[in-house]
Write a protein of this length. Structure first.
Length: 491
């Protein structure tokens, strides 16, 4: 009775304190995707052509009590369960069977399930941020920044990606708590969360989740050994981390092992690593970090993308890396003003993601393909922007807290003023350089006569928009640390 009372009191306290931010996340999800929720629009691309038919088949089979091992309707039949991206064994997909009517699943229900995972992305980022000490306001900002980041929005019609990514913050949350508390129970919880990510069905993303876990473990271990100056500190933590991996693989083996066997028989199983490494391969694409629509876009209603890879279907959204200027500025403030294990881990995670995203524009991809297990099996490593988005979002929450703390901490305020001054100078130099060398810059971006015309137009429209966003973001950061004059002078 006492235990039930204690649990009830904790639940009430959580709802009272964290209920409003969570409600805001839910409300913002509904507002952003209102056209889909009201039937004015629908998820397009792979969603109706590939995702819906397969998810409907699985839901119908499960509703009749049959496990969909084989699908007879495509070619001579396909091993349906072994195609892990179908997510047959993902528990949250089983719920779809309850909505089957007259041997059919509503397209709208599948859309709702996908959008529910978008909300869970924000909720996961919020909970992880709270676990690592971010304030409720900062954690809310982290959730909003991640769930509405460019990579997430542009992959929302890939449910397997979104569903797998949903478990990343929960894996990290349990791993952080397990290592700090030396808890066997929390290690099992972290392993179960990673196993759920595997069952959700996107091997590339759950591999990235595993690397994020590994990076945190290495950072935690290095920090503990530096403080205790003993190798003994590594032993319990290593055992707990191995337990996470074992539990995750054991939980998901029933789906992972058939998929692994099938992968060796597929066309991509024999494809070279170079052919699979579809990512940012042209330095011109770096302009989209600050002006995402500089080269146009590919969408259901607009198809005017003319930049690098414009002949490759999907290159636009597969390499969409824009995370917003305010989150990036706040993340920089966090890395400058807050020196702790969390910021070190997130900065290393961002660096790892950038190496994969930039691909052939740097000398490192071949190193990753050779040294990182599983890395060479997948294409489109620009999808690491999805993981990087979480790191930047959490750092933005930390940065917001740092701005608030700087009002009462002069040393912190000084570090942030220096950061603001340096970044203001760099931004001003880039803006002036672009203006003064607009002709040469446009020529480099356009490459030919037709591209030159488009590049000049984009420098005016998209470049001007980026400068406007930047000018709006900087006063916010400057006001946070009491240096409006520095911001005004920098522009």
């Amino acid at each position: 009775m006492a235990r039930s009372r204690h649990l009830w009191d904790r639940t009430r306290a959580f709802v009272a304190a964290d209920g409003p931010p969570i409600a805001v996340l839910l409300l913002l999800t509904a507002v952003f995707y209102w056209p889909i929720l009201t039937g004015q629009a629908f998820l397009w691309g792979d969603f109706p052509e590939r995702v819906y038919p397969f998810r409907q088949f699985a839901a119908v089979e499960l509703s009749t009590g049959r496990l969909p091992l084989w699908m007879p309707y495509l070619f001579g039949g396909i091993p349906f369960l072994a195609m892990i991206d179908n997510g047959v064994l993902y528990p949250l997909n089983w719920l779809l069977a309850a909505f089957v009517r007259d041997s059919a699943l509503s397209f709208y229900v599948l859309e709702l399930q996908t959008l529910a995972h978008v909300f869970l992305l924000g909720l996961g980022a919020y909970c992880f941020s709270r676990t690592v000490g971010v304030s409720r306001v900062g954690a809310l900002l982290a959730g909003v920044c991640w769930m509405f980041s460019g990579p997430v929005v542009h992959h929302v019609f890939h449910p397997a990606i979104i569903q797998t990514l949903t478990w990343l913050p929960l894996v990290l949350l349990f791993l952080v708590k397990a290592l700090d508390a030396s808890s066997l129970r929390l290690s099992i919880a972290a392993g179960a969360a990673w196993g759920m990510a595997v069952l959700a069905g996107h091997p590339q993303i759950f591999l990235y989740v595993a690397y994020a876990m590994g990076l945190y473990y290495v950072v935690w271990l290095a920090d503990r050994m530096r403080n205790q100056r003993s190798l003994r500190a590594a032993m319990p933590a290593t055992g707990l981390f191995l337990l996470v991996l074992v539990v995750g693989l054991a939980l998901s083996a029933v789906a992972f092992l058939p998929a692994y066997e099938l992968a060796g028989l597929s066309e991509r199983g024999a494809t070279t690593a170079g052919a699979l490494a579809w990512d940012i391969r042209d330095f011109r694409h770096l302009v989209t970090f600050v002006a995402p629509e500089f080269f146009g876009q590919m969408g259901p209603n607009t198809w005017d993308y003319w930049g690098p890879g414009n002949q490759e279907y999907g290159y636009y959204w597969e390499t969409y890396v824009y995370l917003g200027m305010l989150p990036v500025l706040l993340a920089g403030a966090a890395l400058t003003g807050v020196r702790q294990r969390l910021t070190r881990f997130l900065s290393i995670l961002i660096a790892f993601c950038l190496v994969g995203i930039l691909g052939e524009t740097t000398p490192f991809p071949r190193l990753l393909h050779n040294l990182a297990p599983g890395f060479g099996m997948f294409r489109v490593h620009a999808r690491l922007a999805l993981v990087m988005g979480l790191a930047v979002a959490v750092l933005a929450g930390v940065g917001l807290d740092a701005l608030r703390a700087s009002l009462h901490d002069e040393a912190l305020a000084l570090r942030l003023r220096r950061y603001l001054a340096v970044t203001s100078g760099v931004a001003l130099a880039l803006v002036l350089g672009t203006i003064l060398g607009a002709g040469a810059f446009a020529g480099w971006l356009g490459r030919d006569e037709a591209g030159l015309i488009l590049a000049r137009a984009s420098l005016v429209t998209e470049g001007g928009r980026a400068a406007s966003v930047l000018r709006s973001a900087w006063p916010f950061c400057g006001a946070g640390i009491g240096c409006r004059s520095a911001v005004v002078c920098s522009f």
